[in-house]
Write a protein of this length. Structure first.
Length: 414
């Protein structure tokens, strides 16, 4: 049996049950916990069973000091939090030191800000973990959780909601919307899901009720602010006259999952975990799709920089496996739920590989082959075929090699 981690887990807790569920689950393994309750969000009385301290959001310096004094090395950010305005933030001295390191993200959307916060917390010596990594069973599975099920009209509303939620997430505004009979009744912004549902209630039309659709934002760091469905969500959806909730399977947290299905069935609401990339109004979802291409690399950061700086990809996630002596990094143009990506694999101690003759090349579409080729050349890439028309055709192409010698075809997009 693996002994518990000797260092307590730090939990920066907002509102809701999930921070408490996480604290209980971690404590049950024998590992200690230390909870920072965010004033105005977490319930101090509910934190009483655990070592804890309460601080306002603006006291970031005091929060980090308390986590260090408690011996925490890993931290989870979990629970509902309403973002304060700059006027009400009142940063302490430590926060005033950290805010400039957040850059423009401090004034941007929630996801951009949280990603910057995670980065800065990491720079302060902590490892930020996702709640789903430590709280088994909370990630929403694919399929129906309830006896209630969507009909064709509800399926059409879900498909419409997916398109709207993706557009919102793409500009880092919100994670959800309400659609009824093809009409968008409400979209989520800074007010949060419950307030959005309250607005939707006053805008509903006669006839079949609407559907709440919740999606993770494109490229969102999943260690914080995953969409969450709880009993309060079901009650608010029922009060708004909705008939169902659809959410991204594998990218949504379910609070009190054992109680959700019964409460939803009693309220006449369906709960559906779906793949937003493949969902159709009929509810048919293909079981297979292309996921990723794996490349073994000799210098992980060098390769990440090549694909992110040279091709504008994003680093989607990274996983270090010391027991297996390897590290994985996934890069691509969008979330893995909806995009094929590249998996970069670094095996400890191996700095080069023989390419052999079986592998051909990757192909990446770019808006300007000539300009991209010159930019990559400036980054040190080897150009093996200068830009020009493909032989026996008119498409403009070029070939370059990445730092490990993998060939990449640049294809001019029309």
């Amino acid at each position: 049996m693996t002994p518990p981690d000797p260092f307590p887990l730090g939990i920066i807790a907002g509102g809701g049950r999930l921070p408490l569920d996480l604290a209980a689950a971690v404590a049950a393994t024998g590992r200690g916990v230390f909870v920072i309750g965010l004033e105005g969000h977490a319930d101090p009385a509910a934190l009483a069973p655990y070592p804890h301290a309460c601080h306002r959001i603006g006291a970031a310096g005091a929060i980090l000091d308390a986590l260090r004094e408690a011996g925490c090395r890993e931290v989870v950010l979990l629970g509902t939090v309403r973002r304060p305005s700059l006027v009400t933030l009142r940063p302490d001295a430590g926060a005033a030191r950290l805010i400039p390191r957040l850059g423009r993200a401090f004034f941007g959307g929630d996801d951009g800000l949280l990603s910057a916060v995670i980065r800065v917390v990491g720079e302060e010596g902590f490892t930020v973990r996702g709640a789903h990594e430590l709280l088994p069973g909370t990630l929403a599975p694919q399929g129906l959780l309830t006896r209630n099920a969507p009909d064709a009209e509800a399926g059409a509303d879900i498909a419409r909601g997916i398109a709207v939620a993706r557009a919102l997430g793409g500009v880092d505004v919100g994670q959800g919307c309400v659609v009824q009979q093809g009409l968008v009744l409400a979209v989520e912004a800074i007010e949060g899901t419950d307030a959005m549902l309250a607005r939707a209630a006053a805008l509903s039309h006669p006839g079949p009720g609407g559907v709440l659709v919740k999606l993770v934002k494109p490229g969102q760091d999943r260690r914080a602010d995953l969409p969450t469905i709880g009993r309060a969500t079901i009650r608010a959806a029922a009060a708004a006259g909705l008939r169902g909730i659809a959410y991204a399977a594998g990218a949504t947290l379910l609070a009190e999952p054992d109680a959700l299905a019964g409460e939803a069935d009693a309220a006449g609401i369906f709960l559906l975990g779906m793949d937003p990339d493949t969902f159709t109004a009929s509810g048919d979802e293909p079981m297979s799709r292309f996921l990723h291409t794996m490349l073994r690399v000799g210098d992980l950061q060098r390769s990440i920089d090549f694909y992110t700086k040279g091709f504008g990809m994003s680093e989607l996630r990274r996983r270090d496996v010391p027991d297996g002596k390897y590290t994985l990094a996934f890069v691509g143009y969008g979330p893995e739920e909806s995009h094929s990506v590249i998996e970069l694999t670094y095996n400890y101690g191996t700095d080069r590989y023989e390419q052999g003759t079986a592998f051909g090349h990757l192909a990446i579409g770019v808006p300007d082959v000539a300009a991209t080729t010159e930019m990559l050349r400036g980054l040190g890439a080897k150009v093996t075929r200068e830009p020009g028309p493909v032989k026996f055709g008119t498409s403009i192409i070029a070939f370059v090699e990445d730092p490990d010698g993998y060939k990449i075809e640049l294809v001019q997009r029309a």
